[in-house]
Each structure stands twice: as C-alpha cells, then as structure tokens.
Design a protein around this ligand. Structure first.
Ligand SMILES: NC(=O)c1ccc[n+]([C@@H]2O[C@H](COP(=O)([O-])OP(=O)(O)OC[C@H]3O[C@@H](n4cnc5c(N)ncnc54)[C@H](OP(=O)(O)O)[C@@H]3O)[C@@H](O)[C@H]2O)c1
Length: 249
C-alpha cells in the first residue's frame, strides 16, 4: 500500500484527460496501481508508469461489467473508483434536441449507474471499497445553457445521497465530487468568463485529499461552491433577478 493513500488499486473513468488524468498521475506517482478508462484507447496510452488502460464506453452496462472483471483479475480488487467520465453540450433554446439531452443522460448519469452496478457486488461481498463520482456545482441549481448537463449532475448528487447510508451499513463508502470550473478539454469551448477557474492538477489534489479524509461531498473551490449553494436558498424572484444580471447580462 502507498504510504500517501489508503488504496492499493484505484479505477478512474474519464481518465484520459482533464481531472481524471491528473488524478491518475498523482496516484501512480505515490505508488498506487491505477486503471484508467475512456472510449479512446489511443488517448489512454502512455499516461505514466503504474497506469493501465482499460478502454470502455460507460454508457454500455455489459461492457462496464466486463471491464471491472478484467481490472480485478489483472490488478486486484478495486479499493476506490472515481467515476468521472462525462460530457457537456450547451443547450440552444431554439434547437432543443432530445438526442443531445439523451447523450448527456447516458454518459453522465447512466454511465455512473452502470459502473456502480458492476462494482457493487464485489465490494458488498468484501464489505469494503469506496465509489465516488464527479457531479458538479452545476448540479446544485438550474443554470442557463446547462439544461441538459445540470439535471444529470443534480441526479448524481441525489444518487449519492440516496445510497450513502445503506451502502455505509454494508461496508461500502459512497461520495460525490462537485468541482467548479476546471481548465480541461470540456471547458475549452466556453466563450464566457469562468470564475475561480482551476487547473486539473489542483482539482485532482483537492479530490484526492477529500477522498482520503472520507468526506461525503468534496466541493471546490469552496467559496464558489458556497456561493452557488446560497443561491439555491434564495426566493425565486430574487434568484432569477440575480441569474439575469450575473449570467445573462
Ligand atoms: N471541467 C470542469 O469545469 C468540470 C466542472 C465540474 C464537473 N466536471 C466533471 O468532471 C468530470 C471530468 O471532466 P473534465 O473536465 O476532466 O473533462 P474532460 O477532460 O473533457 O474528460 C472527459 C473524460 O470522459 C471520457 N468520456 C466521455 N464520454 C465517455 C464515455 N461515454 N465513456 C467513457 N469515457 C467517456 C473522455 O474520454 P473519451 O472521449 O475518449 O471517452 C475523457 O477521458 C466530468 O464528469 C465533468 O462533467 C468538470
């Protein structure tokens, strides 16, 4: 076991770029065995020593099941899974496309459910393990352009809250990671100012520190997360006035 972290084997989905890749590199540098998944096998190659590629489309439940079996037979039982595979597309109110909404639901939400369903039987039998998924501060409240993405992230927060108590009694930890804006391929196309923008390395450091402490919610930057949580508590007339002024100016 690495002296820095309490896990021998960690699986990261969405591990080829951004936050997932940075977390894989930091864990492997500390001596943890890391399995990384994403659709593109090419982007998973040569991330670093101690990091093994297991290509997977998380929207395919049977493939997720087979992937977990492959990882566990090659690297040993998964102690921690960080489910970060995700996709974002802004919603254009003049062209509401159900396919676009469906893509975000099958990757962001069902992708987590598929991986969790593959991990749970082994972890429950061992009465050990930790599954964490990356939602977003965009899941706290509805935000302009995020009508497709936001609901998937709100669902992920709710999923974690729903499962945490029962899973904890069965010996399995559940937690949720809610980042603010992070400079990754996902946000590279944003044409608006992103407050409190962080590097993926910093996001990964905060994620791993929170996971190590056993926090249920790992939200960062703290100030931005608190601001958005406070927004959720406002009466709607005031809430929409602020959104109009701050976001749609
Ligand atoms: N960046 C931010 O500001 C921010 C803020 C809050 C939350 N988040 C969340 O953090 C997570 C990581 O985001 P990031 O910014 O690091 O994104 P990113 O750099 O765009 O990485 C997304 C990752 O997900 C993989 N992926 C996408 N669809 C997949 C699928 N169907 N099956 C398997 N893998 C898939 C991508 O690889 P392939 O394309 O090869 O599959 C890639 O590895 C996401 O869940 C995102 O929603 C990001």
């Amino acid at each position: 076991m690495s002296p820095a972290y309490p896990w021998k084997t960690v699986w990261i989905t969405g591990g080829s770029t951004g936050i997932g890749r940075a977390a894989a590199i930091q864990l492997a540098a500390a001596g943890v065995k890391v399995a990384v998944s994403a659709r593109s096998a090419e982007k998973l190659q040569d991330i670093g020593a101690g990091i093994t590629a297991f290509p997977l489309d998380v929207s395919d439940a049977a493939a997720a099941m087979a992937c977990v079996a492959r990882i566990e037979s090659q690297l040993g039982d998964i102690d921690l899974a960080i489910l970060g595979a995700g996709t974002y597309a802004p919603i254009d109110i003049a062209n509401l496309d159900p396919v676009q909404f469906g893509d975000m639901v099958s990757t962001n939400y069902l992708g987590v459910v598929n991986c969790l369903a593959a991990l749970a039987p082994g972890m429950l039998a061992r009465r050990a393990g930790h599954v964490s998924w990356i939602a977003s501060v965009a899941g706290y409240t509805g935000l302009p352009k995020a009508a497709g993405y936001g609901p998937t992230k709100a669902a992920l927060i709710n999923l974690a809250e729903s499962l945490r108590p029962e899973m904890a009694r069965a010996g399995v930890a559940i937690s949720v990671i809610n980042p603010g804006f992070v400079r990754t391929p996902m946000t590279a196309r944003n044409d608006f100012e992103m407050p409190f923008l962080m590097t993926p390395e910093d996001a990964a450091r905060r994620t791993l520190a929170g996971l190590k402490k056993g926090q249920f919610e790992i939200a960062y930057p703290r100030r931005f997360a608190l601001m958005l949580k406070a927004l959720r508590l406002l009466p709607y007339p005031l809430y929409f006035r602020l959104i109009d002024r701050m976001v749609l100016k």
